[in-house]
Design a protein around this ligand. Sequence first.
Ligand SMILES: O=P(O)(O)OP(=O)(O)OP(=O)(O)OC[C@H]1O[C@@H](n2cnc3c(O)ncnc32)[C@H](O)[C@@H]1O
Ligand SMILES: [Ca+2]
Length: 497
Amino acid sequence: MSAQREMKEKNPWHTPVTIIITVIGVIAIVALVTVAVLQNRPLPQKYKYGIVLDAGSSHTALYIYEWPAEKDNNTGRVEQTHSCKVKGPGISSYASNPLKAGESLRECMQEAEQRVPGKRHHETPLYLGATAGMRLLNMENSVASDKVFQAVEEALKKFPFSYQGARILSGQEEGSFGWVTVNYLDDRLKQGLETTGALDLGGASTQISFVSDNYNGSESPRNSVTFRLYGNDYNLYTHSFLCYGKDQALRMTLAHQSQAGPGTVLDPCFHPGYTETKNYLVLYDSPCVSDRKPQGAPATFNHSGNGNFLECQKNIKSIFDFNSCKYSQCSFNGVFQPLLQGPFGAFSAYYFVMNFLNLTNTSIPLDTVKEKLKDYCATPWNQIRQQHPNIKLKYLAEYCFAGTYILTLLTEGYNFTSESYSDIKFIEKIKGSDAGWTLGYMLNLTNMIPAEAPDSPPLPHAGYVSIVSIIAVLIFILFIFSLRPLWPRCSKHPQIV
Ligand SMILES: O=P(O)(O)OP(=O)(O)OP(=O)(O)OC[C@H]1O[C@@H](n2cnc3c(O)ncnc32)[C@H](O)[C@@H]1O
Ligand SMILES: [Ca+2]
């Protein structure tokens, strides 16, 4: 017993100094790790917001975007948090009553006021971009288009957001910002991955934008847009075809048929049994067709369907000019287009129409898609109406035309083949945000995509904490070893004297 007590007394671990040093060492290490973890803990998220109004030819939509407040200069992801469809037609339809154009936006703007936290209102940028409907109105009657903008501006300025202006986007901007949106949402830009082309089908115009290895912008420079994003250079081919949106293309196809003479138009793009009385003035009230108005036409004509896909496609082809091309290759109407290079995302009316027709799956062979559409177009109008009692009649009547137009535009217009058709994906949203030009437009105007790759911390938070902890433990072990001279010298067989 006395020998044991003697050993205990000789054991330096039991001296007050070593106990104090050990305790201080442990406390210091725990403090180091705690401070490191607390200092680098992610802060509670605060968000910033941006609002874009897409004043399209057929309707206006409001989008609210949100991103982490700390990271607006590059690393944070911008996401769509809310969208609001403005009731009524597009703002260009209010040419004869501009005040109504401003009023029409009020409901969605009030919704935005509710959705964006009050303390962020004043710093939230608000943009309005108008597309082909206003482009056409501006061509036809610039005074009327200015009045519409004035009314819209007055209405928007009444709200507490940071109003940044309302303007008409050029076709190039519309196409290229659609491409930016799709590739930003897919994380292709930041990672420098191969990009996705963008196909947008609106009511009054349609856009095609893609990067092609054989296009450097020298042939037809007006189709070239260059971007430097996250340290990568992109040379984008883009073209917007005014009048080739779904509604104006239908107008042009109908106008082509009504040239045959007044009276009845028997339209293969409409279902058998479909019949409506339509107004010539309304049909020709657009710069896309106004020069074709027949002399002395009666006020109305009878528009009836006979549902024939092949005949419909023939009529649609008549609105494309495939003969003039002064470049090495063209899509149509003498417009240069380099070799297609996929993949492609097709959105807006491409999606609405192909989704309704159950044809969004592009692994279905193109010939089968055409067969299905042929059967659909030949289905009597009564039957179609009975099968879809809840779909807006205007849309329902036009799906045969719209589906045929989409296939004709893609294959005959842009030269997609049976093989490259499967490179197209019909999409509505990407990770919860709508595909369209609005997000790309806002990212550009707020400088939220840097030209150079952002400096990211060398380690993620979890990696950082693990490394600090491991180093702390190593220091502790080293510390223990540094006390080695003080360790008791125990032999295997202690001799008890
Ligand atoms: O780009 P622009 O040409 O200015 O036109 P927009 O922006 O108004 O055009 P949208 O993409 O909103 O719509 C394209 C077309 O699709 C139509 N559309 C919208 N929703 C639809 C649906 O559910 N089914 C069928 N068509 C639809 C709409 O009326 C237009 O003719
Ligand atoms: Ca549009």
